[in-house]
Design a protein around this ligand. Structure first.
Ligand code: SF4
Length: 238
């Protein structure tokens, strides 16, 4: 199918990946505009990609012109990985995302996607994209038991890519809920890597969080959002 006309893009830039399985690798970030959630429990760090007041800053792009911008950024930086993020990338027309992903994979780029998991993933996406699913916890103010996310978890189990979930933890309640979800849905699925980190700027420290993880003997990986240690937190284009 031919790609449709419009993707809403907040920014495209090369940087180092600050979190998830490819932390430390150079990647091209494609930040799409728009999100179906608001995470009212703590401030979303990409207001410029979710708040409609920034909508006039989002560029409407065809998949072909977005591909050209990605390839230019990859050429400048040496990136061999592309990260789809937002906002929520899967709010964009899925046929456009499919076309773009196919093109990038055909040129041997790996494609990661940071997603909140609450939009149903098509089968092609589960087979072609490395998802890092941001599993919302009570501290975010969003629903931790979202049924579409649970359905996506089941779908990803049948994919051939490296899939991962990420828990962003605000307090002990969040940690306990994350542990329960992981034991119910993730632990039985071998190869599903789990990342954890704290909400940026809250009282909870990395040291406390690591102590909880070790006390429970959880095989999770600490996710520190390295970009926030390199550049000022929330700085755009980083
Ligand atoms: S799901 Fe992600 S992008 Fe959307 S509001 Fe929450 S933190 Fe922001």
């Amino acid at each position: 199918m031919e790609p449709a006309v419009v993707l809403r893009v907040s920014e495209v830039y090369p940087s180092t990946q600050g979190e998830g399985p490819n932390v430390g690798k150079t990647t091209v970030f494609v930040r799409f505009g728009g999100c179906n959630l608001r995470c009212p429990g703590w401030p979303c760090d990409t207001q410029h990609a979710i708040d409609p007041k920034y909508r006039n800053e989002w560029t409407k792009m065809s998949p072909e012109s977005l591909e050209q911008d990605i390839l230019t950024a990859a050429k400048q930086s040496g990136a061999r990985n592309v990260t789809l993020t937002g906002g929520e990338p899967f709010l964009q027309p899925k046929e456009d995302l499919h076309w773009l992903t196919r093109e990038l994979k055909a040129m041997d780029y790996s494609v990661d996607c940071f997603s909140n998991g609450t939009i149903a993933y098509p089968e092609w996406a589960c087979d072609m994209i490395n998802f890092i699913m941001d599993w919302k916890l009570p501290g975010s103010g969003e629903n931790a038991a979202n049924q579409i996310r649970l359905d996506n978890i089941e779908r990803l189990d049948y994919g051939i890519q490296e899939q991962a979930v990420k828990f962003v933890i605000k307090d002990k309640l969040d940690f306990d809920v994350a542990k329960g979800l992981w034991k119910a849905y993730i632990e039985p699925k071998h190869g599903f890597e789990t990342f954890y980190g704290r909400v940026w700027g809250v009282k909870l420290t990395d040291a406390e969080l690591v102590a909880w993880i070790m006390a429970e003997r959880l095989p999770w990986r600490l996710n520190r959002q390295e970009h926030n240690y390199i550049w000022p937190p929330n700085e755009r284009g980083r």
